[in-house]
Design a protein around this ligand. Structure first.
Ligand code: ADP
Ligand code: ASP
Ligand code: MG
Length: 503
């Protein structure tokens, strides 16, 4: 009997349809039967785009667009019933699954009715009423259904190929109570909650360990949790990677594998750059920096629960399971210049200036405390002098940061500039090579892309450019720092060559 546990997490595209779910089941079965592999605990995302659909349903309910809501719900059901047809071959297993899905959709409709009621009552009683506070929680409960549905599909498909597997219907992660917006103006958004490690540990061990003892593979829902009081919560958009590492830490796992739709962590987003390369190893610090600056392949919080315990994270391709992917761990790669280039878009540069000497230690603290009060974490801190401080925040938060700073910082001059993006060149050996920074700046200069400001660390350089220039900037940095693009030369045959029959 295997005593060690590993977490396998499958993302939305990996479970995007019935055939893909069958592939996932085969990967789980191979891991289960391979003696050298630790026992698999599986964490799954909702099928691709399903969380968006659920949030649209919630929005339509809030805005009373009933036709649109019904159309969306019908499409959602169809997607899952179609997937069930393909994911399970045996009639008996498929019928059980179809019945489970029917029941699940009834419960979803019950949650939708709860949301409708909370919206109606809050409209009558006012936006500060208790019901108004319940609206975002009711939306979170609806958003959670994507993962609740996909665990049924994956568990049924795994059982169909003879594996002992069971969906974990209870929420594994225990979270705090999310901070609720005062009003429910942003209907399409449900607030994220933070996991409580000790409570989650107890809960995970109580729910999952008995299954492992019976050698049954637990198929748990990513992204979702519940508060100690019993409210269903979510960990924030794209939070399934994070939930996998939270569950992994709670079970003292030996490794977390994030199965996705690319070969591993690449030198840039392959949707934006053509000739990316696979990074076989990365340090925690490099991977954290990469995800912070926009590499969607890993949620920025994924490493938090496990890095301090040296638990490695592997990123692999569900569609090419023979590849070993990227291993993220304490050591990382051999140190050399830039490992990867990323871009984080839709940012705003906030500059605070004062004619008084700004160097007083409390001034900078005050600025960031006010930014935090507006709900904004600085994405990058760019420059400071005795008289100014500038930092970058998400564009959506800029107006409230500026308003608070203007209100509280007396005669200081506060400005913001929207429409910016951060291009980050990341690698643990970046600063060891004196040419790295020069090459990065030159790459942008060659493309006539102005650098508006910049930040630097021992892991690389962050160049702030106009958002409109950001994709071109990413490609030119990748070309000059990582992988030159070799132009395809088209030869026009000369008359002489044609005569000789060369071409
Ligand atoms: P999943 O549904 O499996 O969670 P995501 O869409 O969240 O998958 O993340 C995988 C995507 O991340 C890839 O398809 C790729 O386009 C994108 N991505 C962005 N930057 C990188 C990078 N540096 N390396 C690999 N993938 C990246
Ligand atoms: N399904 C969730 C989302 O789309 C979580 C995830 O897939 O990571 O945000
Ligand atoms: Mg993801």
């Amino acid at each position: 009997m295997k005593s060690q546990v590993q977490v396998l997490k499958f993302g939305g595209t990996s479970v995007g349809n019935g055939e893909r779910i069958r592939r996932v089941a085969q990967i789980i079965a191979r891991t289960y039967h391979e003696p050298a592999e630790a026992f698999p605990v599986v964490v799954v995302s909702a099928m691709a785009k399903v969380t968006d659909q659920l949030l649209r349903i919630a929005t339509f309910v809030c805005t009373n667009e009933l036709e649109a809501y019904e159309r969306e719900l019908k499409a959602l059901k169809q997607k899952h019933f179609d997937a069930a047809e393909k994911a399970v071959n045996a009639d008996e297993g498929r019928n059980i699954l179809l019945k489970q899905l029917e029941d699940a959709f009834s419960s979803l409709e019950h949650d939708i009715a709860n949301l409708r009621q909370a919206v109606e009552t809050s409209t009558v009683q006012g936006i500060h009423s208790e019901e108004a506070c319940i609206v975002p929680l009711a939306i979170a409960a609806i958003a959670a259904w994507g993962e609740r549905l996909s665990i049924m599909l994956v568990a049924a498909s795994a059982s169909d190929i003879g594996l002992l597997a069971a969906p974990v219907r209870e929420e594994v992660i225990i979270t705090d109570h999310p901070i609720l917006p005062v009003t429910h103006q942003s209907y399409g958004v449900a607030p994220g909650a933070d996991p409580l490690p000790e409570e989650t540990r107890k809960n995970a061990q109580a729910i999952i360990s008995p299954l492992i003892e019976q050698q049954i593979v637990p198929i748990a829902a990513g992204f979702i949790g519940r508060t100690p009081a019993g409210f269903v919560t979510i960990l924030g958009r794209n939070g399934s990677d994070y939930s996998a590492s939270v569950i992994g830490a709670a079970l003292d796992c030996v490794e977390v594998t994030i199965y996705t739709d690319v070969d591993g962590v690449l030198t840039a987003d392959p949707r934006l750059v053509m000739n990316t390369r696979l990074l076989t190893e990365l340090s925690y610090a490099e991977a954290a920096r990469l995800s912070w600056f926009g590499a969607k392949v890993l949620h920025p919080r994924t490493l938090i629960p496990i890095a301090h315990r040296n638990i490695p994270v592997r990123v692999r391709n569900t569609f090419r399971p023979a590849l070993r992917g990227t291993i993220v761990g304490p050591e990382g790669r051999q140190k050399s210049g830039a490992a990867a280039i990323t871009v984080r878009r839709h940012l705003s540069l906030i500059t605070v200036e004062s004619t008084d000497l700004f160097g007083a230690p409390e001034s900078a603290g005050q600025v960031f405390a006010l930014a935090a009060r507006a709900g904004a974490a600085p994405v990058a801190i760019c420059s400071s002098s005795g008289h100014h401080l500038s930092f970058v925040v998400e564009e959506g938060a800029a107006a409230s940061v500026v308003a608070l700073l203007q209100h509280d910082m007396g005669d200081w001059r506060v400005r913001s500039r929207n429409g910016l993006a951060a291009c980050a060149c990341i690698g643990s050996g970046f600063t060891a090579d004196p040419m790295s920074a020069a090459r990065a700046i030159t790459a942008l200069a060659r493309e006539r892309i102005p650098v508006i400001t910049q930040g630097a660390s021992e892991l690389g350089i962050t160049l702030i450019v106009e958002d409109a220039d950001s994709e071109r900037a990413l490609r030119s940095l990748h070309r000059d720092l990582i992988a030159p693009v070799i132009p395809l030369v088209r030869h026009t045959a000369t008359v002489h060559e044609k005569k000789r029959g060369v071409l």
